[in-house]
Design a protein around this ligand. Structure first.
Ligand code: HEC
Length: 140
C-alpha cells in the first residue's frame, strides 16, 4: 500500500505538468517531434498543403520598372534624357540597334546623366530590357 501511495505521489507532478500544457504548447511539441518525412522545408513544393516560396521574385513589367526607376528623367527630359512618347528621339537612338540600347540601360551612358540601370540597383538585366522595350515602344 505504501508503495502504491509512493508511486502515485511520484507520478502526480508529472500528470499535473501534462495537464498544464496549453493547446498551442501541445501543437508546438507535436510539430517538433513529427517524423522528418512529414516535415516541410521552405521551398519544398512536394509538401502537400504548404505553399512553396517562389525561388525568384516575379519580374516587374517594363512599365513598372519605368514608373519606379526611369520616369524621373525620361518623363521630364532631365539632363537631355530621351522622353517617353518622343518617337523621333527614340527612332534616332534605335538606329544603333536594340542590343546597344539594352546595354546603355544596364551599363549607363558614360559621361551623361544616364547612370547604370537608371539607378535601379535591384533591377535584373531582363527588367531593364523590359523597361527599354517599354520606352522604345512609347509606352505601349
Ligand atoms: C538620372 C536620370 C536618368 C534616369 C533615372 C534614367 N535615365 Fe536613361 N537616360 C538619361 C539620359 C540623360 C540619357 C541620354 C544619354 C545620352 O546623352 O545619350 C538617357 C538615355 C537612355 C537610353 C538611350 C541610351 C542610348 O544608348 O542612346 C536608354 C535605353 C535609357 N536611358 C534607359 C533607361 C532606363 C531603362 C532607365 C530606368 C531603369 C533609365 N534610363 C533611367 C537619364 C536617366
Amino acid at each position: 500500500m505504501i508503495r502504491v501511495l509512493a508511486l502515485i505521489i511520484a507520478v502526480l507532478p508529472a500528470l499535473a505538468l501534462a495537464v498544464d500544457l496549453s493547446k498551442s504548447q501541445r501543437a508546438e511539441i507535436e510539430a517538433r517531434i513529427k517524423p522528418y518525412s512529414q516535415s516541410c522545408a521552405v521551398g519544398d513544393d512536394s509538401c502537400s498543403g504548404v505553399a512553396a516560396e517562389p525561388e525568384v521574385a516575379i519580374a516587374r513589367s517594363g512599365e513598372e520598372v519605368y514608373n519606379g526607376a526611369c520616369m524621373a528623367c525620361h518623363s521630364t527630359g532631365a539632363a537631355g534624357a530621351p522622353m517617353l512618347g518622343d518617337a523621333d528621339a527614340w527612332a534616332s537612338r534605335m538606329t544603333k540597334g536594340m542590343e546597344a540600347l539594352y546595354a546603355s540601360g544596364v551599363n549607363g551612358v558614360a559621361g551623361t546623366g544616364m547612370i547604370a540601370r537608371g539607378g535601379c540597383a535591384d533591377c535584373s538585366d531582363e527588367e531593364i530590357y523590359a523597361a527599354v522595350d517599354y520606352m522604345v515602344s512609347n509606352g505601349e
